[in-house]
Structures are given as structure tokens and as C-alpha cells.
Design a protein around this ligand. Structure first.
Ligand code: HEC
Length: 145
């Protein structure tokens, strides 16, 4: 009886742990703690910026939406941690493939910003999903813990 009971317990454990383990297929990027903290703060700001951009587009304030996209998410937002200690800078600790996804996001935001600031409504709207797409692409592939 005892071995059978243990067997059951083991099976139950496997059933419980199995789905949870199978779900997270993201690769782990090992960043020093200070860099993790910087990344996290930047991510929270990203979400705020994205929300502002969507709100501005929805209320037809394209120029303002473009300005925020460029400053907060675009190529202009690159290198903002340059003056921090090395271990607090996320970029240099990212695997190249992850870093490339970040770059893609900056480019997508700048491309949107250009169209929005030029008042090209249709083009700006068509480019808008690329902004959220960049977040989703990286989040689907990478984790830091
Ligand atoms: C280059 C990769 C990358 C890109 C691009 C990216 N993120 Fe992230 N984001 C991450 C990683 C890695 C985490 C942490 C996941 C973890 O906890 O392991 C994260 C976490 C977050 C979090 C949670 C922060 C917390 O408090 O834990 C938010 C919110 C977020 N991202 C928003 C965004 C938004 C919005 C965008 C797009 C504008 C974006 N991210 C683009 C990699 C990225």
C-alpha cells in the first residue's frame, strides 16, 4: 500500500507541476539585480507612454502622440541609462537576440512617430499595432526571473 500511495503522490505532483512548467517557454536572460530594477522601471514607464499614445490617437491629437512615442519609446529613448553604473544598465547584459527585439521596438515607435507628427492619420493608425507588437514579441520570448 505504501509504495502505491507514494506513487499516487508523485503522479499528482507531476500533474500539478506539468502544465505550469510547460506554459513558460520564455528564455531566461540573466541580468544583474540593479539592471533588473532599471528594466522594470523602464517597463512601467513604457506602459504609461503606450497608454498616453493610444489616448492621444483616439482623441485625434496625432502630433502629441508622435512626440511622446519618439521621446519615450523611439530611437530617442535609446541610451538613456548610459550614465548609470554598468551593472544597472539593462542593454549591455541582454543576449543579442533580446537586444535586437528592443531595437525593433524603438524603430517601430520612431516610424509611428514620424507619420503621426506629419499628421498622416491613416499611416499612423496602420503603424500603431507595431508598437504593441514589439512589447508582445519580447515578452513572449524573454524573462529575467
Ligand atoms: C527587449 C524586450 C522587451 C521589450 C521590447 C518590452 N519589454 Fe516589457 N518586459 C521585458 C522583460 C524581460 C520583463 C520582465 C519579465 C519578467 O519578470 O521576467 C518585462 C516586464 C514588463 C512589465 C512588468 C513590469 C513589472 O513591474 O514587473 C511591463 C508593464 C512591461 N514590461 C511593459 C512593456 C511595454 C508596454 C512594452 C512596449 C512598449 C514593453 N514592455 C517592451 C522585456 C521587454
Amino acid at each position: 500500500m505504501r509504495p502505491r500511495g507514494l506513487h499516487r503522490l508523485w503522479l499528482m505532483g507531476l500533474l500539478l507541476a506539468g502544465p505550469a512548467l510547460a506554459e513558460d517557454t520564455r528564455q531566461l536572460a540573466t541580468l544583474p539585480l540593479p539592471a533588473q530594477e532599471t528594466l522594470r522601471q523602464e517597463m512601467l514607464n513604457n506602459l504609461i507612454a503606450l497608454n498616453e499614445i493610444l489616448t492621444l490617437v483616439a482623441t485625434d491629437k496625432l502630433k502629441e502622440a508622435g512626440a511622446i512615442a519618439e521621446q519615450q519609446l523611439g530611437l530617442s529613448a535609446q541610451g538613456r541609462h548610459r550614465d548609470k553604473p554598468f551593472e544597472a544598465r539593462p542593454g549591455p547584459h541582454m543576449p543579442p537576440a533580446m537586444h535586437a527585439l528592443g531595437m525593433e521596438g524603438h524603430r517601430a515607435a520612431s516610424e509611428f512617430a514620424k507619420a503621426a507628427q506629419a499628421g498622416e492619420r491613416d499611416r499612423a493608425q496602420a503603424l500603431l499595432p507595431n508598437l504593441t507588437g514589439a512589447c508582445v514579441n519580447c515578452h513572449a520570448s524573454w524573462r529575467i526571473r
